[in-house]
Design a binder for this molecule. Structure first.
Ligand code: GTP
Ligand code: MG
Length: 376
């Protein structure tokens, strides 16, 4: 698996290296700004990153800043609790939904799970055919109907069939485009409702597929889908075909949703679990001479996973920061109300706290982890 992501990020790495060809042990904030923009990190985020770092930045400092962008809340979902575990796949047309479904099916099969596909993209006949071909190729059963028929009925039948057969997983394909956006929203909401009628709690995971070649412009699209049906997580496709890999930073920070996998090719095996550490280190390898950075511990402080704060803990942190004169800009950055400066939030396992640090890595304020405890 190692090196897989590096291959998928080839074009992004080339873009970074074309902006800043020479590797070094420290990078100036000006050069960093150029290469982040080149990799399609959004302008707003680049500004925040630069403001929170010193003039000359080493690998550890940049690692800490970039990794913190992936502190999103991930609901713990235990697929094996539910049988079948139902996943609904949504996204605009051409994003890579059907291909990703094939990749997921292949992955689950290789883990010894039984899988059934639901062809609820009944908008185009070709869509049903495409999923059927994948089903045959991967030897996975598929529930489908004729073009133009009710997609919700397909979802219902797929779940019922998997229940009757005692299968482990159901993956449901949907249409990316209907006649209008309102039609699409209504259709998706209906599919979700009908899934829960077929099985309580279904769909267990609503996954949005984003086309990686769209970079940052995929963010608004994602927000629209999130408003329609509350997405659980994201898969980003076609990372192999784009220099815009840096957009993953802005996507993670803007949407506050986990990225489950990334697609790095057209074949069924070209899907890799997204590991923020590997992602950040792959980018940093293109910039710094230093081989690896000191990695901050992501251990649990007082039972609080500082890399993965709950909404409740974030609210508490926000209140504490407010009392101290800071406004929380996101889960990773704060702004001082008195000076207007932007600072970074840093989890510190050593100090058992979450710290506000300036661009010289000086700790301005520190909040003990226990202050964020659920009923503390
Ligand atoms: N290079 C590359 N191509 C991909 C990847 N994922 C999907 N594709 C290609 O993108 C194109 C569109 O993929 P589909 O899976 O048909 O997309 P879709 O979202 O189902 O599209 P509609 O059914 O039209 O809504 C196909 O040519 C895929 O082979 C990827 O990770 N890398
Ligand atoms: Mg499709």
């Amino acid at each position: 698996m190692f090196g897989f992501l590096k291959k998928g990020l080839k074009k992004t790495i080339e873009a970074i290296q074309s902006a800043e060809p020479a590797k070094r042990d420290k990078i100036t904030s000006e050069d960093l700004e150029d290469l982040l923009l080149e990799a399609d990190v959004s302008y707003d985020l680049v500004e925040k990153i630069i403001d929170s770092l010193p003039e000359k930045i080493n690998r550890t400092q940049l690692y800490n800043t970039l990794i913190s962008l992936f502190i999103y809340r991930t609901e713990k979902i235990e697929p094996d609790d539910q049988k079948p575990f139902v996943e609904l796949i949504v996204g605009v047309n051409g994003a890579g939904k059907t291909t990703t479904i094939a990749k997921l099916a292949q992955k689950y099969k290789s883990e010894g799970k039984t899988v059934l596909l639901g062809a609820a993209d009944t908008f185009r006949a070709a869509a049903i055919e495409q999923l059927k071909r994948w089903g045959e190729k991967l030897d996975v059963p598929i529930v489908y109907t004729k073009q133009g028929h009710d997609p919700s009925a397909v979802a219902y039948d797929a779940i019922s069939s998997a229940k009757a057969k005692g299968l482990d997983r159901v993956i449901i394909d949907t249409a990316g485009r209907l006649h209008t956006q309102t039609n699409l929203a209504e259709e998706l909401k209906k599919i979700v409702r009908v899934c829960s009628k077929a099985m309580e709690g279904a769909p267990h995971r609503k996954i949005l597929i984003l086309d990686g070649t769209q970079g940052n412009s995929a963010i608004n699209q994602a927000k629209a889908f999130n408003e329609m049906i509350a997405i659980d997580g994201i898969i980003i496709t076609k990372l192999d075909g784009t220099a815009k890999g840096g957009a993953l930073f802005s996507i993670a920070e803007e949407l506050k949703l986990p990225i489950y996998y990334v697609g790095v090719g057209e074949k069924a095996e070209d899907l890799i679990p997204f590991d923020p550490k590997e992602f950040v280190n792959t980018i940093l390898d293109a910039i710094f001479t230093e081989e690896s950075a000191e990695v901050p511990s992501s251990g649990k402080l007082h039972g609080i996973d500082v890399q993965n704060l709950t909404e409740d803990q974030i609210k508490k942190l926000e209140k504490l920061l407010d009392t101290e004169g800071y406004d929380m800009l996101s889960k990773h950055f704060v702004k001082s109300r008195s000076s207007g400066e932007t600072f970074r939030l840093r989890p510190s396992a050593a100090a058992d706290s979450i710290e506000v640090v300036d661009n010289g890595e000086n700790v301005l304020k520190s909040f003990r982890a226990e202050e964020l405890a659920e009923d503390g």
